[in-house]
Design a protein around this ligand. Structure first.
Ligand code: BJ8
Length: 426
């Protein structure tokens, strides 16, 4: 890190010893997984820099923004609309954590058989190692899976200001109306904490900013259709993860810059791997920083990942919000329309997710799908069975992986992934 941020971390109330331990693990893992790799695009230097300053410069930016009156809103789910937060002079930051840290503390509050994503959020908070959650003026939770829904009842005692958005479970008109009502309530809450009103021009501008960010990722996804692949799945995953932390306009610019570079490389036939390398699509639970386990295993087994059907991936950014309309009401309706399309496995039934996976397999020329389930995540594990049956019927090979954030099962997963790659090569 360029500067010494200890003073800032102390003021945020972090446990400096525990935080140092986390940063050391992060740095070591990042060096091994990313910095030691060959053939990374020049444009990845920006994202490497973001990672090197993820607890430093970005946090300082957030604190400086707070001094100027901006409110920091943390969230755990792509159902929390960034457009509304930006329009009310706020900054949205992702709080999902992808590392096994503070689990023994978390297990004092949660059953052991809780999904690692939830345990990690508790672990980071209880161990006082996450400057993002400490910098937040409000944490916006959401009633999605039972695990999250119930754990917010406990989490509200651990953070100063938790607000929970209720969510529908079915894709019905009633469901859409509920989502709209909940977003209206969320707007009222944002007004209360920010002291700002919601103006049509600000909302329109915010929609455009977030759309541009998503469009930049659409452009990056286009690059992943090519064979040979011009960017690794690991690098693309990292960009998808940084989407939730970085300043939106700077992020958009940096993604477009890397796309310019990749476009010219593609013209010259450049690839990070030989043409014909087996191509795999990942589908399932979100992968928060620093969860790079499956991508690392696959891409160290002579295969590549061409896309993520995940909220940290295409499920999170595939739809744009309609920018037309001259009233808050109309623009809010556009936001509701956009978010209501998200096909998280908490919805029942959830047919569009399967359609999207098949579409992605075709679009990105994948030869097989790894369905990635976090341990104890019932919605994705159960839906994964339905998806496996349907895809295999369509001649698309599927490997289901149930795993957590530990490295204990790496060798076992590697063996299964290698066997799967052999299968899709045939
Ligand atoms: S819209 S996927 S970001 S809820 S992995 S905590 S589902 S037990 S994260 Fe998600 Fe929103 Fe849905 Fe996307 Fe529960 Fe499963 Fe854990 Fe999960």
């Amino acid at each position: 890190m360029a500067q010494d941020y200890h003073q800032m971390w102390t003021e945020l109330g972090l446990d400096l010893d525990a935080h140092n331990k986390l940063l050391n693990v992060l740095e070591k893992t990042y060096n091994e997984i990313y910095l030691s790799r060959q053939k990374r695009p020049e444009g990845m230097k920006y994202f490497d820099f973001v990672m090197s300053e993820v607890h430093g410069l970005r946090i300082k930016e957030l604190i400086d923004a707070k001094k100027l009156g901006k409110k920091i809103i943390g969230s755990f789910c792509v159902f929390v609309p960034e457009e509304l937060i930006l329009a009310m002079n706020g900054i949205s930051v992702g709080l999902c954590a992808g590392a096994e840290f503070g689990f023994s503390e978390a297990e004092k509050f949660l059953p052991r058989n809780t999904c690692p994503l939830i345990k990690s959020a508790f672990g980071f908070k209880l161990s006082k190692v996450c400057p993002y959650v400490e910098a937040c003026d409000m944490v916006a939770g959401e009633n999605t899976c039972d695990g999250k829904k119930k754990s917010y009842e406990i989490f509200k005692n651990l953070v100063d200001n938790l607000y929970v958005i209720d969510l529908p479970q079915t894709k019905s008109e009633e469901g859409k109306n509920l989502l709209k009502k909940e977003y209206q309530k969320f707007i009222e809450k944002l007004k209360e904490i920010s002291g700002n009103s919601l103006e049509v021009n600000n909302l329109k501008k915010a929609i455009m900013i977030v759309n541009k960010k998503r469009k930049a990722l659409h452009r990056l996804s286009e690059m992943r259709k090519y064979d040979p692949l011009p960017i690794s799945g690991l690098d693309a995953l990292l960009i998808n993860q940084i989407f939730f932390y970085d300043d939106p306009e700077r992020f958009t610019e940096s993604v477009n810059k890397i796309c310019d570079e990749l476009e010219s490389k593609i013209k010259n036939g450049y690839g990070i791997c030989p043409e014909g390398t087996p191509r795999i699509l990942i589908s399932g639970c979100p992968m928060a920083i620093p969860n790079w386990k499956i991508h690392w295993i696959v891409e160290n087994s002579n295969a590549v990942i061409t896309g993520e059907e995940s909220c940290v991936g295409e499920r999170g950014f595939q739809w744009l919000t309609d920018e037309t309309g001259d009233s808050v009401e109309k623009l809010l309706n556009n936001i509701v329309e956009r978010y209501f399309k998200i096909d998280c496995a908490i919805f029942t039934p959830n047919p569009s997710r399967l359609e999207h996976i098949i579409d992605m397999v075709n679009k990105y020329n994948a030869q097989g799908v790894i369905h990635y389930n976090l341990q104890f995540c019932q919605p994705y594990q159960i839906e994964g069975g339905l998806i496996e049956t349907a895809l295999e019927k369509n001649g698309i090979p599927v490997l289901q992986l149930n795993t957590d954030y530990s490295n204990e099962d790496v060798e076992q997963i590697k063996t299964r992934v290698e066997a799967f790659i052999e299968r899709i090569r045939e």
